[in-house]
Design a protein around this ligand. Structure first.
Ligand SMILES: Cc1cc2nc3c(=O)[nH]c(=O)nc-3n(C[C@H](O)[C@H](O)[C@H](O)COP(=O)(O)OP(=O)(O)OC[C@H]3O[C@@H](n4cnc5c(N)ncnc54)[C@H](O)[C@@H]3O)c2cc1C
Length: 426
């Protein structure tokens, strides 16, 4: 079983003073982890602290959430999940995980537009890094937020909604503006999804019909180990009738895990059987370890219309990628207008890498990937392993300067800053 950052991890952290992220590759340098039980307690903690960072469920793979001061998790705040009278929005407290929210919404007859590969992550932490699922018509999870309530550096409670000019800077905010105490998300009537896995999609077909394949269903993911030219698996999530064929790929004859030989029971139901949206849109089930468990991850977003070129660029270094890789996933995400969203202003295709847990071996390969993808203006996932330099980030995110100004406005003394953010913001 993997190292997990969950209730047990938090308890071990309290007893030993060692707090790590879910993957175990980051030991936070914080003096302590606080889990306030009320909003007033949260406000007082933030106001009193010299240096502070919000922590979600710790599923990020870099030092973004780190601080030499205090870590604050909103997980013990009263778990608010409140659907508005029009049935168009749900308000949730910052510590709620997507898995819990989804189950609640389903019981009430509602749904979210999309989910990430795992339901284990907190809503506030996920939207803070631009977390996404797949689907050419689906934007990132962050783009479904309509308001955020923040506890800012002096302990004030600030609500920013879509009407506010600062709102597009305040959702994918990397924890730099304050602790998100609650958020409001768009909801729709509940719907059913079926999931069908295809195997051995010929590489020539994937290349020739890339946009058609990615747009062939509500959500499509390609999985490749980069060991050959074919795509190992295609996960097709359909609203309505599932596909019976896919460009010479073979329909899987049983449930699969995206990692070769991985336990299929950790994954959501497949074989085209329809069921609740939240039991099909993530790949992994809340009760089990998502993905592999002992791993690192990186992900890079390119404009959708350059995706095949980017695919070719990565294929050219497959011999460097494959030895340190567990599996790679390719997804499509629709454009949004959030300042720091990796999909800001452009329909995107994201190339994801689940690495073996060997940072020293992975780092040089990540550098090669960044080098190869540079002509396609590849933006890194904020919560994963990357080496993109600050001056390059400023080119990739035209609104980064506005975001830095917003952080100075809401956090003039830099209480929420850390070394990682300093490198991002310059
Ligand atoms: C197995 C696995 C699968 C993954 N699959 C996907 C995927 O399908 N798609 C994808 O895009 N990403 C994926 N990720 C990455 C993950 O979604 C992001 O790293 C996400 O930010 C993790 O959420 P978290 O709650 O663990 O946040 P954390 O890692 O705890 O924190 C991330 C950032 O959010 C900030 N933050 C956390 N809580 C708050 C708060 N209450 N207020 C303000 N800021 C806050 C932190 O300060 C930090 O900057 C995956 C990660 C893992 C481990």
């Amino acid at each position: 079983m993997s190292r997990r950052w969950d209730a047990l991890g938090a308890l071990v952290g309290r007893l030993t003073g060692v707090i790590t992220n879910w993957a175990g590759n980051v030991t936070y340098s914080a003096r302590g982890l606080h889990r306030p039980a009320t909003l007033d307690e949260l406000r007082e903690l933030v106001a009193r602290a010299e240096r502070v960072r919000p922590l979600g469920t710790g599923h990020s793979f870099n030092r973004l959430a780190d601080t030499p001061g205090e870590l604050i998790s909103p997980a013990a705040l009263p778990a608010l999940m409140e659907i508005d009278s029009a049935g168009a929005r749900v308000r949730v407290s910052g510590g709620v995980r997507y898995g819990e929210l989804s189950r609640y919404l389903w019981t009430q007859g509602y749904a979210l537009r999309n989910l990430a590969s795992l339901p284990h992550i907190s809503v506030a932490g996920a939207v803070s890094t631009g977390t996404h699922g797949s689907g050419v018509g689906n934007r990132s999870l962050s783009a479904e937020v309509t308001a955020v309530e923040l506890v800012t550096a002096d302990g004030s409670l600030v609500e920013l909604s879509e009407k506010d000019d600062r709102f597009p800077g305040a959702v994918v905010a990397l924890g730099a503006l304050g602790v998100v105490s609650s958020l409001t998300l768009r909801v729709s009537p509940a719907y059913e999804v079926s999931q069908t896995v295809f195997e051995k999609l010929p590489g020539s077909q994937a290349r020739a019909h890339f946009a058609e394949i990615m747009g062939s269903a509500y959500s499509v993911s390609l999985f490749t180990s980069w060991t050959g030219v074919d795509v190992d698996q295609v996960w097709v999530k359909s609203v309505g009738a599932p596909p019976t064929e896919l460009f010479d790929a073979v329909r899987a004859d049983g449930p699969r895990h995206p990692l070769p030989g991985g336990p299929a029971e950790w994954c959501t139901p497949q074989l085209g059987v329809p069921g609740p949206w939240h039991e099909r849109l993530p790949h992994f089930r809340l009760e089990f370890t998502p993905s592999h468990g002992d791993e690192l991850q990186s992900e890079f977003f390119v404009p959708a219309d350059r995706a095949v070129e980017a695919l070719d660029a990565l294929a050219a270094i497959r011999e460097q990628i494959a030895p340190v890789l567990l599996i790679s996933e390719v997804r499509a995400i629709a454009a949004d207008d959030l300042w720091l969203s990796p999909c800001s202003g452009r329909d995107s295709v994201a190339f994801h890498f689940t690495w073996k847990p060997d940072a020293a071996a992975v780092q040089p390969v990540v550098a090669q990937i960044e080098d190869r993808l540079a002509p396609y203006a590849a933006r890194p996932h904020w919560g994963k392993v990357y080496g993109t330099r600050p001056e390059r980030l400023a080119e990739l995110y035209p609104r980064l300067g506005d975001f830095a100004a917003l952080t100075r406005d809401l956090d003039p003394r830099g209480k929420f800053r850390n070394d990682h953010l300093d490198a991002v913001l310059g």
